[in-house]
Design a protein around this ligand. Sequence first.
Ligand SMILES: [Zn+2]
Length: 111
Amino acid sequence: MSVQGSCHCGNIQIKVPHAPAWVADCNCSLCRRTAWRTAYYPPEQVSISGDTKAYIWGDRMIGIHHCPTCGCGTHWATLGEDFGKMGINARLLDDFDEGAVEVRKMDNAGD
Ligand SMILES: [Zn+2]
């Protein structure tokens, strides 16, 4: 069953095919600041509407998107190379409960 989500102001709407079975809690220099809980999906299964703004981290091949109005981090997506997946900030999904899913700690503190 598909799950919807949105940023705080509602400008960005997200739809994914199912609730995440697990989410990532990453400690890299970006995630420790943004506190995302990231869920991964194949890009073709995700629908995102609304205009986001992307932050490009150095020479990395992904854009990290947020809503320019309310500032909520929404998703990351490749800038060209096909990863076969993209990341959604599960905190934006309706009824997301961190206590009800597996949270996988990702140790990327060196990044
Ligand atoms: Zn917003």
